[in-house]
Design a binder for this molecule. Structure first.
Ligand code: MG
Length: 164
């Protein structure tokens, strides 16, 4: 069946270490922790990248940017996101709308929503209003509740690019 809309889901998690801010969607949110990882550890960008690649059916972030490759060390996740969008567009799909949930006890995402939405919308080529992000705590339960790290879930809608 040939659909003109597709939906992808992405998930990511990163461990916290002592630090001075958490990078989420290209925005550094002041905090007493930072996310650790091979790249710049931006969990929002990573989950969004996977959602977009998954929706188009053209791979995943681990295959596109392997952590065994030295050039991905400390890499800018916004750049990885833009490269993933280019791959998706080359396959005939364009991001249409994304919905993001960050699960963390800290930091609070709400006050930074507008800044994050603006950066992500520009990176994936949609209007500001087509990106939504919200934060949830894990009610103190489990590893997220203990403040060991954060998780992020993204659902992305893609529309088929119609040749003019
Ligand atoms: Mg990641």
């Amino acid at each position: 069946m040939s659909l003109n809309l597709r939906v992808g889901i992405g998930y990511d998690s990163h461990r916290f270490a002592e630090g001075d801010g958490v990078l989420l969607g290209g925005v550094l949110i002041p905090a007493l922790v930072r996310s650790t990882g091979h790249s710049d550890a931006d969990a929002v960008c990573h989950a969004l990248t996977d959602a977009i690649l998954g929706g188009a059916g053209v791979g995943d972030i681990g295959e596109m940017f392997p952590d065994t490759d030295a050039k991905n060390a400390g890499r800018d996740s916004m750049e990885m996101l833009r490269l993933a969008v280019a791959r998706v567009r080359a396959a005939g799909w364009a991001p249409a709308q994304v919905d993001i949930t960050v699960i963390a006890e800290t930091p609070k995402v709400g006050p930074h929503r507008a800044a994050i939405c603006e950066r992500l919308a520009a990176a994936i080529g949609v209007a500001h209003g087509d990106v939504m992000i919200k934060g949830k705590t894990n009610e103190g339960m489990g590893w997220i509740g203990r403040g060991e790290g954060l998780a992020c879930v993204v659902v992305a809608t893609l529309s088929r690019i119609v040749e003019g």
